[in-house]
Design a binder for this molecule. Structure first.
Ligand code: OSB
Ligand code: MG
Length: 369
């Protein structure tokens, strides 16, 4: 498809509740909406880089720079045939996966709209609705956390992930497990421990957790291998897996027993699908992570999570868990069976609420030729 314009919008959206992780606390979520025009069609993509480099090194600022100064010039006026063609064109840009993934998403939206196919159809997804859970930030106290978990259970979520950090893990996780003995429960440390300090996590190994996500440094697959050998609970990698190669390293090293696939972190949906395929051939369960996406990124996550290897519930909650007002006209709701329905219209299957977009836009730029 011949790309004739490339636009960026830097958005800042108030979250319904602050989201606190081991790397910081967010009350506003920033992201960049990427818009591509080609052959009379418009495609949207979400770049999920945050304001601060806490999850990984990218920020909305670095992503804006890479998108505007390096990715846009490689695409404008070019006939980009598919996602792998896009990946070849941006191969010379090292890293900056969140930036690349935002554009690849917009390209998929364009391709789907051209062919009258949903992303799920294009990917070969096998489910019309996907199992989801909720990711809960660090709360004031263990009892406040138990109350927060309870309120999400009342809304119908049947899988809960709690964020942990040093000193805020054993009491919290134990309290939730005591209050809800049968809950499908998992924890996420966002790289807050070392192999040595992770010894405090040992009591969690007896709480029948689904998994322990990314306890150690993001660039350290080797120490995760050592930790996994000490734990009966599955270690899950998020930050450490940034390419399909890293998935292979982790699997060959036995550094984890499952992987959180965020298409953004690995540079785009095409790369997420490659990791899914690799893991599926080896019977390694995967699930879809989240980055507090707007309706645009949420639609994309739901589509990839419809692939058969996504056997664990995703961090894909209903729109109202994140925002009072979203930028899509479509709002995702939780079904009674703790699932969310995968969009079935062409492309991402969502439309943009232009008024909402205006309300949240900090800056915008359009490049064309
Ligand atoms: O590590 O999974 C993570 C949000 C921002 C950055 C990192 C993470 C998260 C989440 C939220 O856990 C998941 C969601 O979008 O609901
Ligand atoms: Mg995580």
């Amino acid at each position: 498809m011949k790309i004739n314009s490339f636009s960026l919008r830097h958005l800042s959206m108030p979250l319904v509740a602050p989201f606190e992780t081991s790397f910081g606390r967010e009350t506003q979520r920033e992201c960049i909406l990427v818009t591509l025009n080609a052959d009379g069609l418009t495609g949207y993509g979400e770049c999920v880089a945050s304001r601060e480099p806490g999850y990984n090194y990218e920020t909305t600022g670095t992503a804006w720079h890479i998108l505007k100064d390096f990715i846009a010039p490689l695409l404008l006026g070019q006939d980009v045939t598919d996602a792998l063609d896009f990946q070849r064109r941006v191969e010379r840009i090292r890293g900056h996966h969140l930036a690349k993934a935002g554009v690849e998403m917009a390209l998929w939206d364009l391709l789907g709209k051209r062919d009258g196919k949903s992303l799920r159809e294009m990917f070969g997804g096998v489910r019309e609705k996907v199992e989801v859970g909720v990711s809960i930030g660090i709360q004031e106290t263990a009892s406040a956390l138990v109350r927060t978990v309870e309120s999400y259970l009342a809304q119908g979520y049947r899988r809960v992930k709690i964020k942990i950090k040093p000193g805020r893990e054993v009491e919290e996780t134990t309290a939730v497990r005591k209050a809800f003995p049968d809950l499908r429960l998992q924890v996420d440390a966002n790289s807050a421990y070392t192999l040595e300090t992770a010894a405090v996590l040992k009591p969690l190994d007896d709480l029948n957790l689904l998994l322990i996500e990314q306890p150690l440094f993001e660039d350290d697959i080797w120490d995760h291998r050592k930790l996994q050998a000490q734990f009966k609970t599955a270690i899950c990698l998020d930050e450490s897996i940034v390419t399909p190669r890293h998935a292979r390293y982790a699997v060959e090293m036995k550094a984890c027993r499952n992987i959180n696939i965020k298409p953004a972190r690995v540079g785009g949906l095409s790369q997420g699908i490659l990791i899914h395929d690799y893991c599926r051939e080896r019977n390694l369960p995967v699930w879809c992570g989240g980055m507090l996406e707007t309706g645009v990124g949420r639609a994309s996550n739901l589509a990839i999570a419809s692939l058969p290897g996504y056997v664990l519930p995703g961090d894909i909650s209903a729109s109202d868990r994140y925002y009072h007002r979203d930028i899509t006209n479509e709002h995702f709701v939780l079904n009674a069976d703790s699932t969310i329905t995968v969009p079935d219209k062409a492309g991402l299957g969502v439309t943009i609420d232009e008024d909402a977009l205006k309300e949240f836009t900090l800056a915008s730029i359009t490049l064309s030729r």
